[in-house]
Ligand binder design. Structure first.
Ligand code: ADP
Ligand code: TRP
Length: 339
């Protein structure tokens, strides 16, 4: 339940999420965020975007930024995002969000931001002084992203929960100082896909170079899955499914009976990791096949992708202006800038 006040679009509930344009989305992004977000478009008014302002904290290459934006957009569309129903847009096409970020910055302590995981990790590596200000202020822009659409729920993977907590803090503080202005959002995290393991068993992440990109050709998909790291137990020996990366991924794509069957084979011995990888490949491939076809059709059609992004930005911007006006007025500015 949101703690929204009546002026914020009663009845309609909004779902919002973003993903950075830092490369092609991987299986962790898909299971942790993209699939849940797309499923929510049925019951919620959905706002999903390519977080290119956030990507700019690390991507300083215009061609890569553009290409990744298209990769993310075509991935969402291929997996079933319906652009008629949901607004799908580029964060940087709604520059109002940076204005709201400034307003939130003025009521957010440095202490809060110093506790953010990404900054803390950089500081622990001794890089605290050299990270850019965008990275330090990352949670404030993310709060603005969420609050500017009166979002009720935010489908994300586990690593983003802290950011949503910070968003709630900022919204509550603003509401306390200036009166009810923002909807207080909730994170929506699916238990079974909280942290998808990568090829090496660590969390699948672009930064660890251990990703599986699902919408590649069948051949490439197979090649990636064959690279999953396993221990060196000989083929004939019994194996423990519960400590095996292949099995953890297999569980995400199979029924309980299929899982029980594979677990049995592991424990019986005479079943190699290569066999398990092939079984996993069959399952993942079966799952992505229909989406892959659509992906191949649209990923190179930049005119179509631009059209979707433009229409999404138009819808998103109208909502953003409404909420920004409310926030401007609350803190004593004119609701919209005087020209
Ligand atoms: P990366 O760690 O590869 O840079 P992002 O930070 O762009 O991924 O994540 C985009 C979305 O995907 C976020 O909601 C994040 O929580 C989710 N996500 C990323 N990696 C995983 C994972 N391994 N398991 C579950 N969700 C993930
Ligand atoms: N920080 C998110 C990530 O790294 C991306 C993001 C930016 C986001 N703004 C957002 C996610 C707003 C949810 C809501 O994955």
């Amino acid at each position: 339940m949101s703690e929204a006040s009546p002026s914020k679009g009663e009845g309609v509930k909004r779902s919002l999420s973003g993903i950075k344009s830092t490369g092609a989305p991987h299986l962790g992004n898909y299971l942790g965020m993209i699939r849940p977000a797309i499923d929510l478009q049925e019951q919620y008014e959905a706002y999903y975007f390519v977080a290119d302002y956030h990507a700019l904290t690390t991507v300083h290459d215009a061609a890569k930024m553009r290409q990744s934006t298209y990769d993310v957009t075509s991935t969402f569309l291929a997996f079933g995002l319906d652009p008629e129903r949901a607004a799908f847009f580029r964060q940087s096409d709604v520059p109002e969000v940076t204005e709201l970020a400034w307003m939130l910055s003025c009521m957010t302590s440095m202490g809060l931001l110093e506790r953010a995981h990404a900054y803390k990790a950089a500081k622990d590596r001794g890089e605290g002084g050299s990270v850019n200000h965008g990275l330090f202020a990352y949670p404030v822009l993310m709060a603005a992203d969420i609050l500017i659409y009166d979002s009720h729920i935010v489908p994300v993977g586990k690593d983003q929960i802290q950011h949503i907590e910070m968003t709630r803090d900022m919204a509550q503080r603003f509401n306390h100082i200036f009166g009810e202005t923002f909807v207080i959002p909730e994170a929506s995290v699916r238990e079974e896909v909280m942290v998808i393991p990568g090829l090496d068993g660590r969390k699948m992440s672009k930064s660890y170079d251990n990703t599986i990109t699902p919408l590649v050709s069948k051949k490439k998909l197979k090649k990636q899955l064959m690279q999953i790291v396993t221990d060196s137990t000989p083929l004939e020996d019994p194996k423990d499914p519960d400590t095996c990366n292949v099995f953890s991924l297999y569980k995400l794509f199979s029924t309980e009976e299929e899982q029980a069957e594979m677990a049995e084979r592991y424990r019986a011995g005479g079943y190699g990791y290569g066999h398990a990888k092939l079984a996993l490949f069959e399952k993942v491939n079966e799952h992505v096949e229909p989406f892959r076809e659509r992906y191949m059709e649209i990923s190179g059609d930049h005119d179509y992708l631009e059209e979707v992004l433009r229409e999404g930005a138009r819808k998103a911007r109208a909502k953003a202006r409404e909420v920004l006006g409310r926030a401007r007025e609350a803190c004593g500015f004119h609701p919209s800038p005087v020209v």
